[in-house]
Design a protein around this ligand. Structure first.
Ligand SMILES: Cc1cc2nc3c(=O)[nH]c(=O)nc-3n(C[C@H](O)[C@H](O)[C@H](O)COP(=O)(O)OP(=O)(O)OC[C@H]3O[C@@H](n4cnc5c(N)ncnc54)[C@H](O)[C@@H]3O)c2cc1C
Length: 481
């Protein structure tokens, strides 16, 4: 059947996590003609790794997935911050970043000197100077765009940089400071991502915040606003070429297998899930294998969340989070610091990398015991008022080297079959920096691309696709119309 302007094109968005929801939201914004969008979600809930759960003993929320949002506005516009404001969600600033070494907090340069002596201080200053020199705040903001970053041509492992720190105390401090943000070991990531995770502790580069009442509120607000229909319990199993340039999807649904063709498809899946999908026929199979291989650097998280009837650590520890050297370097969040009026206390351990993997096979009860035992001295008395613990395993769910060893141009990241191929788009945080900001940026690129295709009335590539420059952060910052 010949399609015409009267035809309402069908868009499938696979994955109801932040990536899928951002894409649906932005596509409605950008598209100048009607279309019919369906979000297919494998589970029974929207939100993916943006997950605010609740304890059973008390109706107290905790972040089981993404806990902190990154605010780039000290440098330039921040589309996530703008979206949060547009959704009318109140935010709360997060502070912290001290590192417990041998049980004592290192929060300032003075602490570092007191504990490690003058050599530690000199080594830290040299590292810090080199890191800031390698990536200024503007470059940090633009660092997902390979063209903004000349050294990207010679990618080095982050471990090589750490090895150059000649003072063992300072090396240990820096490794522990960023270990849980990396969710990987220093030899598994590149210099760009390692330094991004170090420099994000500098408020001139970015600030941290959370959504009052839970980060998952972003998902609920988006879901309420969008017109796309959502099909739960529908897991994508295979993708193949359909008729007349369409893309055929086979999904496992509660009512049995479903096969449907769409003019446009967006796969908003984490890489480990994308890798489980069958891509049938050539060149689709090879194109997607190449895409997956480029980003195949799995990283791991494990969260242990603890509920206490009160927060006896108030006064001794009043920050939103700190880094401990336990579990190879883990972040300890005081989630109740976000709601000081709450009578209870909530602490969350975020284990990353090898430690997350190694501990994943232990029982929940064992992990909760370990988490209570590992609390620093400032948390004395917490065990006596402990009520309940919860564990969430995220093995292989994030990326150790987002963007790949060498970041690819935006078109290649999002259109694995090229612009002249079928209208098959990829959205993912692993294409940028493994964050919500990154997946929003990815969704924005794809929404612009798709809107241009829709406007041209079908699956032809857009005559004037969004230029690389207009889509990148930096020279022409992303703006919502
Ligand atoms: C423990 C942890 C802490 C994190 N902390 C932060 C943080 O502090 N700040 C930050 O910015 N980011 C953080 N992140 C990363 C953040 O959660 C991700 O960037 C974000 O969730 C990516 O969204 P997504 O939609 O691409 O993927 P996901 O959130 O994984 O959503 C994908 C969706 O696709 C669905 N799905 C999977 N397979 C299929 C299939 N075959 N068919 C249909 N649907 C399918 C899933 O059920 C899920 O709903 C953290 C992640 C973890 C795990």
């Amino acid at each position: 059947m010949k399609r015409s302007w009267a035809h309402i094109p069908r868009v499938a968005i696979v994955g109801g996590g932040p990536g899928g929801l951002f894409t649906a939201h932005l596509l409605e914004r950008h598209a100048a003609r009607p279309f019919e969008a369906t979000v297919f979600e494998a589970s029974e809930r929207l939100g993916g790794k943006l997950l605010t759960a609740r304890f059973q003993t008390l109706d107290a929320p905790y972040e089981a997935g993404a806990a902190e949002l990154y605010d780039n506005s000290p440098v330039d516009e921040d589309p996530l911050r703008e979206l949060v404001a547009e959704l009318g969600l109140p935010t709360v600033a997060m502070n912290g970043g001290a590192v417990w070494l041998d049980g004592e907090r290192v929060a300032t340069l003075e602490d570092l000197r007191r504990r490690g002596g003058a050599p530690a201080e000199r080594a830290f200053e040299a590292f810090d100077r080199a890191a800031h020199g390698w990536m200024g705040a503007r470059q940090f903001y633009d660092s997902d765009v390979p063209e903004s970053f000349a050294d990207e041509r010679t990618p080095a492992l982050f471990a090589r940089w750490l090895e150059r720190i000649d003072d063992p105390f300072t090396r240990r401090y820096i490794e522990r400071l960023i270990h849980s943000d990396l969710a990987a070991e220093p030899h598994q990531t590149n210099l760009r991502y390692g330094l991004q995770n170090y420099l994000m502790n500098d408020p001139a580069y970015m600030r941290l915040y959370a959504i009052e009442g839970g980060n998952e509120r972003i998902v609920h607000e988006l879901a309420q606003r969008q017109r796309a229909s959502v099909k739960f319990g529908c897991a994508l199993e295979s993708v193949s070429a359909g008729g007349a340039g369409r893309v055929r999807l086979t999904l496992r649904t509660p009512d049995g297998p479903l096969e449907r063709e769409f003019e446009h498809v967006v796969l908003a899946l984490p890489l480990d899930r994308l890798a489980q999908v069958r891509f049938e026929g050539e060149p689709l199979h090879s194109d997607l294998r190449r895409h997956i291989a480029h980003y195949d650097h799995p990283a791991h998280y494990l969260r242990i969340s603890l509920l206490f009837s009160r927060a006896p650590w108030r006064g001794a520890f009043d920050e939103s989070f700190g880094m401990s050297e336990r579990f190879g370097g883990a972040c300890l969040y005081d989630e109740s610091a976000r709601r000081p009026e709450a009578p209870y206390g909530v602490l969350g351990w975020l284990l990353g990398g090898d430690a997350a993997c190694e501990h994943a096979s232990r029982s929940d009860a064992e992990l909760i015991e370990l988490a209570l035992d590992a609390l620093p001295a400032e948390f004395a008395g917490a065990r006596e008022v402990f009520l309940e613990g919860r564990v969430q395993r995220w093995i292989g769910a994030v990326n150790a080297m987002p963007g790949g060893r060498v970041a690819a141009p935006l078109e290649r990241r999002h259109l694995p079959c090229g612009r002249a191929g079928p209208s098959l788009h990829i959205v993912g945080d692993y294409l940028f920096d493994s964050t919500l900001n990154g997946v929003l940026e990815s969704a924005h690129y794809v929404a612009q691309e798709l809107a241009a295709r829709l406007e041209q009335g079908g699956d032809r590539p857009p005559a004037s696709p969004p230029s690389f420059e207009s889509a990148q952060r930096g020279a022409a910052p992303l703006r919502y119309p």
